[in-house]
Design a protein around this ligand. Sequence first.
Ligand SMILES: C[S@@+](CC[C@H](N)C(=O)[O-])C[C@H]1O[C@@H](n2cnc3c(N)ncnc32)[C@H](O)[C@@H]1O
Length: 493
Amino acid sequence: MKLTTVPQAPLELTDEVLALRAWRMPDMVVYQHAPDEWWVTPLDDELPLIRLNRVGAELLAAIDGQASVGVLLQKFGKWVCGPDGETGRWHLERWSLPRYSLCYFGMEPPTADRHGAKWDLLLQQIREGWSGRHGFEGEAELSAFHVREITKREGHFDTVETTVSHLFREPCDALQGSTYGRLLAKHLRRLGWWTPKPRYLVEVGAGLGYVAREMAKELLPFERQGIRYLFLDLAKPFLESQLALAQEAGWRSGGMQANAEWWPLRDASVDLVIDNENLADMTPVQLSREEVTSNRGATPLHQEAVDWIRRLRLPLEGNLPSEFIFNLGPVRFLAELWRVLKPGGRAVLIEFGIEDGWPSPVKLPGHTEYEVQYTHLRHAARWLGFQERYVELPRFFGLRPDTRLLCTGAAYAIQRVCAAIGKPFAIRAYTEGELLKVLGDMLPKLLGCHYHELIDPAWFGLWDFKVLLLEKPGGTPRASYQETKGFRWYSQR
Ligand SMILES: C[S@@+](CC[C@H](N)C(=O)[O-])C[C@H]1O[C@@H](n2cnc3c(N)ncnc32)[C@H](O)[C@@H]1O
């Protein structure tokens, strides 16, 4: 095990700071490594774990919103607080910095509500630190990130961006022993989307390829036979993983390194498209009110966005903000879907998003994604001619809302601790029983592990994830059926 120390610009403990009160960050997981050694994980995983002795643990416990920074300094400042030799002062100078985010110094409590603004602000600051830039980062940033900066697949969905499908990639209690991919296949069957059999299925932005692997398990061999499963992705390392998992699962597969905003496929050549948690990665454009009201974009890209808004007759709200984000990429993607799908072809699009207002940025390490504005996207889908249906992800999958799952923040902290002791630990959605199975004796040494109901926004914000189902009219009339208790009830349409 190697724990290194990175120098930090410390907070100056001025008289003003000493007068503030100190609150410990809620939801903190502390690992008791030895009878007199505890570990805590700073929010920024570039920083080493913090090791504390009993005095250090007492300092942490004393940060309870009652004591001022001055009182804490007096009591703990000169004592060595851990095996690395740092004093209480050293810790007080750092723990409230956004990169550590272990506590908050202020006059007022950061609020009793754990979603309170101040904790969120800390998080936002550290996220801005990741991108190194404030404000809008440019239209080309997202595709450049996926093409150039994703050089390996290992750990990407654990540390850079965790997706819902990644959390549910293995059989889990929250899905009654099923997986995300299997559930998706099952619900597409419920909709009758495997009949007639899609000959060409394209999965866009499939990440590591778990959805394809798991969907294969849900279908019977004869149902899979004759389907060609193609992947379209910007990131080469991901395509390699997708092809490997698809082959392992028995799909006849192929891959294209391409941008989903411009498909390298012929018109009317695809039967079924799956696009899971990828729309927020597509080109955002930051437009000004003037550009939209005058119909004149400042650049060719802005002009394209303004033209779409005008052509679609988007229901814009009365008071346009002076600047706002428009999901140009997702609209281009829909237009491409309309072009490449055969008459009767279908697409399922799943992503987090909003129904009112304008998309906000979501800062992640190395890149920033943008919420999908679903009212606009659905409007565009209908304008293109699609029949569309729309539902929240938990409702679509029929998830049990009250399943209690380990807080994802705690899962990241546990992973860091496990990495330091050389124990494998995967970021997944764990119930308490599942966590015990994975961690065994280690679990009682992890203090502060806490669980949220699956539907609680504090868990993963699942309610923000929506499913958009699109059908291009004009296929041959086919028998449709509903399944009830294993029986199929056919109707002709
Ligand atoms: C957030 S990940 C989702 C991965 C996977 N579907 C999942 O659920 O875990 C986004 C995926 O889309 C790919 N991607 C991002 N932008 C893309 C674009 N414009 N065209 C094609 N693929 C894109 C990424 O490389 C990655 O595989």
